[in-house]
Design a protein around this ligand. Structure first.
Ligand code: PGA
Length: 250
């Protein structure tokens, strides 16, 4: 049985007290949702406080990025090792905003995945095509290229520790969701790629999340699809009621 997962990616939103309030509200409303793993991904600043609030709950804690470097003179960066020591459990890697605004390549994301696994953290690895790539019918090719680049040098055992998120860039923050059929088609394709390189057991057990304007009104029809195991939620994760309603949509 694959784990059902709903992760809230806060991005660069909320000040410190607002963030703590949101975590407390999510604990109150979401801690009794045992058939789905709820994960929150607040900014770095909140991680240690969030860890203290979440430690006796069922809710998981993710960061939104980490450095590809181990440690040293990299001003402004945060390492996987630091995050591990502050109680972080998961790290979102390769989000399209990191790719487009901070020029992260599949090769850099690959190094970040290796750092994350080295410290026994679970990477939530994102992929997804741009609108013009979909319009040119290149989406399958783009997804395959991203996955192959990010998975370079990883063993089947390492791949089995990943969570994948398919996030079509044209659906992120736009209000435009991929249809359940469009999402299912790509999720199935991602599972096939993993099956071909790392075997059927790994492919069947890996959770693949959908992201891109997922909200309470469309989560159920997406999560009903056989290869969609949950969601990576941006905007709607900033409102506890909406986020928990999504988590209860299975
Ligand atoms: P959105 O963002 O739900 O606001 O579209 C999803 C994401 O970027 O992870």
């Amino acid at each position: 049985m694959r784990e059902k997962i709903v992760t809230g990616n806060w991005k660069m939103n909320k000040n410190f007290p607002e963030g703590i309030n949101l975590i407390q509200e999510i604990i109150e409303k979401g801690n009794s949702t045992p058939n789905v793993k709820i994960i929150v991904a607040p900014p770095f600043l909140f991680q240690y406080e969030a860890f203290n609030l979440l430690k006796n709950t069922l809710i998981g804690l993710a960061a939104q990025n980490c450095s590809e470097q181990e440690n040293g003179a990299f001003t402004g960066e945060i390492s996987a090792q630091m995050l591990k020591s502050a109680g972080t459990q998961y790290i979102i890697l390769g989000h399209s905003e990191r790719r487009s605004y901070y020029h992260e390549t599949d090769q850099v994301i690959n190094l970040k995945i290796k750092q994350t696994l080295k410290y026994d953290l679970k990477p939530i690895v994102c992929c997804g095509e741009l609108l013009e790539e979909r319009e040119k019918n290149e989406h399958f090719h783009v997804i395959k290229k991203q996955l192959n680049g990010m998975f370079e040098g990883l063993s089947a055992e390492q791949i089995s520790k990943l969570i994948i998120a398919y996030e079509p860039v044209w659906a992120i923050g736009t209000g435009k969701t991929a249809s359940p059929e469009q999402a299912q088609e790509i999720h199935q394709y991602i599972r096939e790629i993993i099956q071909n390189s790392f075997g059927g057991v790994v492919a069947q057990n890996i959770s693949i999340l959908y992201g891109g304007s997922c909200k309470p009104s469309n989560a159920k029809e997406l999560f009903e699809k056989p290869d969609i195991d949950g969601g990576l939620i941006g905007g709607a994760s900033l409102v506890a009621d909406d986020f928990i309603a999504i988590a209860k949509s299975f």
